[in-house]
Design a protein around this ligand. Structure first.
Ligand code: F6P
Length: 359
């Protein structure tokens, strides 16, 4: 059995743990494993394919990033090429990819990715490739799994950053606005905001009223708390208004979110007269060594993916749904982002702790 592994989309701490588990669990069965470089690029003549042996994955469980490299521009169904006029256009190279997969003698593809990469895996499966998906993203927005690996590490990093900002914010009696990643889902902002005792948490699932945010800042001021910590998910939006983009989608890419934090900071400063600063935590949230939880989840996902290959269970995604690691049909997952449920215990906890959610 020859298994190909690909890692696509934004990297997430825990990717190397998954790769190591796949390689070792396949090796135990006497199978061979190969890493496709840079998303699917390696199968399309771009950078090639790595043979993965137990030696090659020694000591990588605790390392962030992915030894295979990744890209969020490598969709084989929408591959970007420059045409004769110098314009970027998208072409479908999926047939070419499938031919390269077969020519390499691979028997299975384990694709490790978020919604975008899993959709590519699903489309390849529908075209006949034996595909197993493993959910990855710091955003935790993949349906069919309670958690994706990378999320716990990102939340830990964000919590640590908010903790550090607290002392300077309090010393200067300022309002600090921290913008966190997560795209259209507020998981990172909500979890780290609660854990780090934020006063206001704005998430995409709850459009906010800036007056309510300012009311919280003023109430704290009156209570003798002359500083406030505001956590904003990058996809948060005001009641009247849309999400804020850093960059519109170009061929082969997705929109880049960013900028809501500084807008919120400016509005708070104008309306309350408080000195305000803002900070975008950005890619720090994707870096560093995975937490114990993410390492273990990654290793369990990798092992479960190889078990699925052994059972010939394709077109499925591995899910973490305690107390089990299970298999979820990919069609139940694709195109259905997992958002923070508004009636969840976590949202309720935030409200009962007195945290303003801006509504
Ligand atoms: O999906 C993971 C993520 O980190 C999002 O939270 C963020 O919006 C996006 O990727 C950033 O992507 P890039 O690395 O392309 O800037």
């Amino acid at each position: 059995m020859r298994i190909a592994i690909s890692t696509g989309g934004g990297d997430a701490p825990g990717l190397n743990a998954v790769i190591r588990a796949i390689v070792l669990c396949a090796h135990t069965r006497g199978w061979q494993t190969y890493g496709i470089r840079r998303g699917y690029g390696g199968l399309l003549g771009d950078d090639g394919i790595m043979t993965l042996t137990p030696d090659k994955v020694r000591g990588i469980t605790h390392l962030g990033g992915t030894i295979l490299g990744t890209t969020n521009r490598g969709n084989p169904f929408r591959w970007v090429v420059r045409d004769a006029s110098g314009k970027d256009v998208e072409v479908d190279r999926s047939d070419e990819l499938i031919a390269a997969f077969r020519a390499s003698g691979f028997d299975a593809l384990i694709t490790i990715g978020g919604d975008g990469s899993l959709k590519i895996g699903y489309d390849l499966w529908r075209k006949g490739l034996p595909v197993v998906g493993v959910p990855k993203t710091i955003d935790n927005d993949v349906t069919g799994t309670l958690a994706t690996f990378g999320f716990d590490t990102a939340v830990a990093t964000a919590t640590d950053a908010i903790d550090k900002l607290h002392s300077t914010t309090e010393s200067h009696e300022r309002v600090m606005v921290v913008e966190l990643m997560g795209r259209d889902a507020g998981w990172i902002a909500l979890h780290s905001g609660i854990a780090a005792s934020a006063d206001v948490i704005l998430i995409p699932e709850i459009p906010f009223d800036i007056e309510k945010v300012c009311a919280k800042v003023r109430a704290r001021e009156q209570a003798g708390r002359h500083f406030s910590m505001v956590v904003v998910g990058e996809g948060a939006r005001p009641l009247k208004g849309g999400i804020v983009l850093l960059e519109r989608r170009a061929a082969g890419t997705v929109d880049r979110l960013g900028g809501i934090g500084s807008l919120v900071a400016r509005a708070i400063s104008e309306r309350t007269g408080k000195e305000t600063r803002s900070l975008v935590l950005g890619h720090l949230q994707r870096g560093g060594s995975p937490t114990t939880f993410d390492r273990l989840l990654g290793l369990r996902f990798g092992a479960a993916a190889v078990r699925a290959v052994a059972d010939g269970a394709f077109g499925i995604m591995i899910g973490y749904n305690p107390p089990v690691i299970n298999r979820v049909p990919m069609q139940e997952v694709i195109g259905k982002a997992k958002h923070v449920p508004l009636d969840s215990d976590t949202v309720l906890t935030a409200r009962e702790l007195g945290i303003s959610l801006g509504d």
